[in-house]
Every structure is written in structure tokens, then in C-alpha cells.
Design a protein around this ligand. Structure first.
Ligand SMILES: Cc1cc2nc3c(=O)[nH]c(=O)nc-3n(C[C@H](O)[C@H](O)[C@H](O)COP(=O)(O)OP(=O)(O)OC[C@H]3O[C@@H](n4cnc5c(N)ncnc54)[C@H](O)[C@@H]3O)c2cc1C
Length: 389
């Protein structure tokens, strides 16, 4: 394909050479190394460590970490390409990589002081997994109503409380934990701390048994007088709310990419099956009714992908993208649920069984409307921004 490079605004889906090479390497890896294990990982609710090691070797666990610190030195857009390509095969792997890059590394890069970056980022590029611990049993959408507290004890901070629903909880080596140091100041007391696995007073609790993205671990964290040194405060004391808001704004684009990737994965299976399955003496894809369904699905995926790419490129360009990120996650998760549901219908009864891959995509799609802000929370953000409130 020849692209007119004199265009001032290249089409969103036209990738630069390095973006294309990177994306293709992830696509090939996903088909070769992940696809054979998808069913077993879902059944066993576990991602094997050797597969995680291969993700590190591939370079998708430290995409934006500067090359000088052992990472890929790439941009946010590359993270989005990786999450999309992995989620096409397994959205659980997609979210592992998404949390690592778009939430944890992103927060370190933006808010970490130099010594913190030197201490943690080379490890994260090589073998350490990150998790992002904001939610609690009593505070989900109203995240800043958290009950976890931190107080000064000599040269340390002591953190006590419980976090719920923490992605990568079972595998993570380090956790960004949000706690309030001064509840009377409300959200202005919220502070982000780096807690390493193995710190006394820190335990990973129950792992949830989930509907979808079952291989991705979702865990409770228990902190009981967990002591971290002063230098483990990420950003400034009392500015954790800003870190949470800003990283989640960016993370939402990654979830959009996860939803686009998984919708595409289900669509590919459905489009192929429709051309193989015969009823009334011909392939079901020869019926215009089925063709229209496949065309509608492809159109919705394309629209959602354009939103993801646009929001990611806006973020990299340094222009405001909060509205676009919220719209992207809202819409991409709707598309994912519709497309995966239709994929099951195209498979008929077979689609309803675990012998075929599409029911899993549908189960996996459901989370898109829930984490990193529910659909209602996205609508609230969008409404505020479009109505100028
Ligand atoms: C698999 C999984 C992985 C997760 N990973 C992480 C993670 O890594 N880190 C982390 O910190 N959290 C994580 N979460 C938590 C997730 O972000 C929360 O579940 C989510 O924000 C919703 O909070 P909640 O579950 O308490 O629901 P609630 O906030 O109780 O919401 C329940 C319902 O009420 C609606 N609602 C609430 N308030 C309003 C309102 N003002 N107006 C209209 N509707 C409203 C919501 O939209 C929703 O439909 C994860 C959750 C899951 C299930």
C-alpha cells in the first residue's frame, strides 16, 4: 500500500514503520505463544509464569520505559497497539499488559522522582509486575471515599486497610496503593504509596472466582501497619487523587483497546465459521441476513478502533483527551458486548458451549463496562464536559 506522506494529517489507522513492526510482532506472538493456552488458562484461572516471562522478552511489559532504564522507549500509542493485539487472542493477557503499562509504569514515569524511577523501572522492564490498588469494598465508583489510612511513624509511613478487586494481585511484585493520610481533608488527604510484595504487614488475600477474564488475577490486599519508607510516596503527599484521576483517564484508552481487540478476535471466528457452517445446503454466510450481521460487527469494531487510536494519539500529542478517553471506553465496551453476543448467535448452539471460543469472548467483554470507571461514570464525565458543567 502506498501512502501519501505529504498529507498533513495521516489517517489514524495508518501506522508508522516502527508502530507496524511492533504491532505485527505482538500479533504473531499472540497467535503462536498465547492462543494454544487460552482455554486452559480460562479453566485454571491462571497465567503461567513462563508465558509472563515471554511477555517480558517480547518487550511489552515496559513499553514506555526509557531505553536507558531497560525499556522500549516507545509511546502510549504502542501500549494501546499491544493491548489490542493481545486481547484479540486473550483479553486476560491484554489486561495484565494494560495495567503494567497504562497505569503503573505511566504513573511512575509521570509522578515518580528520579531515584524511584531508577530503582523500580529497570525491574519492571525486566521481570517485575505492577498492580494499581485504588478500589475497596465500600468505595468503587466513589473511590475517594476509601477507608485505607496512612500515618507517619518516624521515618516511615504506616498503612492500614483493605483493597479489593486488584488486577495482577497474585503475580505483582509492586503495588501502587492509595491511602488517606488526613480524612478531614477529604480527597486532599489521598496519597499514593509504592508497596513491595514481602513488606511486613502486607498480604495478598482472596482471589476472586470470576465470570470473565478468568486468567487475570483479581485479589484483595490486606495492609496491617504496613511500613513503607518516606521515599516510597509516589508524587506528593496529598496529591494521590490527582495521580488516580490522571492515570485512570489514560488507562481507559487501554481498556478501549482491550475491548476492540477482543471484539475483533470474536468477529474473526464468527466470520470464518459462517463461511464453513452449512444449513439448507449452503454456507450460512451465503444468507444476506448473516452477511449483514458480519458487516455491522466489522463496522462497529472499526468505529471503536478509530476512537481508541484517536484518543491515544491525542494523549501522545499532549492535547486534552479526557472526554475522548471516556467516550472510547464507553463505546468500545458496548461494541465488544454486542459483537461477542452476535458471534455466539452466528455459531448457534455450538457458540453456547465451551468447545468453541466465542462464549469466552462474551464473558470477557462484560468487564469493559465495569472497571476503570463504570459506564455510568463515563457518561457522567462526558455529560460534564459536553454540557460545559
Ligand atoms: C475484574 C475486576 C478487576 C478490577 N481491577 C481493579 C484494579 O486493578 N484496581 C482497582 O483499584 N480497582 C479494580 N477494580 C474495581 C473496579 O474499578 C470497580 O469495581 C468499579 O469502579 C465499580 O465499583 P463498584 O464495584 O464498587 O461498583 P459501585 O460503585 O457500587 O457501582 C454499582 C452500580 O452503581 C452505579 N453507580 C454508582 N454511583 C453512581 C452514580 N453517581 N450515578 C449513576 N450510577 C452510579 C455504577 O455505575 C454501577 O452500575 C476491578 C474490578 C473488577 C471486577
Amino acid at each position: 500500500m502506498s501512502v501519501n506522506t505529504e498529507l498533513i494529517h495521516p489517517p489514524l489507522t495508518v501506522l508508522s514503520d516502527d508502530e507496524r513492526l511492533f504491532r505485527d510482532s505482538v500479533y504473531q506472538f499472540a497467535d503462536r505463544e498465547i492462543r494454544p493456552h487460552v482455554r486452559a488458562m480460562d479453566d485454571e484461572a491462571k497465567i503461567p509464569r513462563d508465558l509472563i516471562n515471554k511477555l517480558f522478552d517480547l518487550g511489552v511489559m515496559g513499553i514506555e520505559i526509557p531505553e536507558g532504564l531497560g525499556g522500549g522507549g516507545a509511546r502510549f500509542f504502542h501500549s494501546v497497539l499491544a493491548v489490542e493485539a493481545l486481547s484479540r487472542v486473550d483479553p486476560s493477557i491484554g489486561v495484565l499488559v494494560d495495567v503494567q503499562n497504562t497505569l503503573v509504569i505511566n504513573a511512575f514515569l509521570k509522578w515518580g522522582h528520579d531515584e524511584m524511577k531508577r530503582r523500580y523501572l529497570p525491574k519492571m522492564a525486566a521481570s517485575a509486575i505492577g498492580a494499581y490498588a485504588l478500589s475497596e469494598a465500600g468505595s468503587g465508583s466513589d473511590a475517594f471515599a476509601m477507608a485505607t489510612r496512612a500515618s507517619e511513624r518516624g521515618d516511615d509511613w504506616s498503612i492500614s486497610g483493605r483493597k479489593l478487586w486488584i488486577t495482577n494481585g497474585n503475580e505483582a511484585d509492586l503495588f501502587i496503593v492509595f491511602a488517606n493520610i488526613n480524612p478531614e481533608a477529604g480527597y486532599r488527604g489521598i496519597t499514593a504509596f509504592i508497596v513491595e510484595r514481602g513488606t511486613p504487614g502486607f498480604t495478598v488475600g482472596k482471589k476472586e472466582d470470576k465470570l470473565g477474564i478468568r486468567a487475570s488475577s483479581t485479589c484483595e490486599l490486606i495492609l496491617e501497619d504496613c511500613r513503607v519508607p518516606r521515599e516510597n510516596v509516589l508524587g506528593e503527599v496529598g496529591k494521590g487523587y490527582k495521580i488516580a484521576i490522571e492515570t485512570l483517564n489514560e488507562g481507559r484508552i487501554g481498556i478501549g483497546a482491550q475491548m476492540v481487540g477482543l471484539a475483533r478476535g470474536a468477529w474473526e471466528y464468527a466470520a470464518k465459521y459462517a463461511q464453513e457452517r452449512k444449513q439448507f445446503g449452503k454456507a450460512i454466510a451465503e444468507n444476506q441476513g448473516i452477511q449483514f450481521q458480519i458487516a455491522q460487527m466489522a463496522t462497529e469494531i472499526e468505529a471503536a478502533r478509530l476512537m481508541v487510536y484517536n484518543a491515544a494519539r491525542m494523549k501522545d500529542a499532549g492535547v486534552p483527551f479526557v472526554k475522548e478517553a471516556a467516550m472510547t471506553k464507553l463505546f468500545a465496551s458496548q461494541v465488544a458486548e454486542r459483537v461477542t453476543s452476535l458471534a455466539i448467535e452466528i455459531y448457534g448452539g455450538y457458540g453456547f458451549t465451551k468447545d468453541y471460543p466465542v462464549e469466552k469472548y462474551w464473558r470477557d467483554s462484560k468487564i469493559g463496562k465495569i472497571y476503570e470507571g463504570t459506564s455510568n461514570m463515563q457518561l457522567q464525565t462526558i455529560a460534564k464536559l459536553v454540557m460545559g458543567k
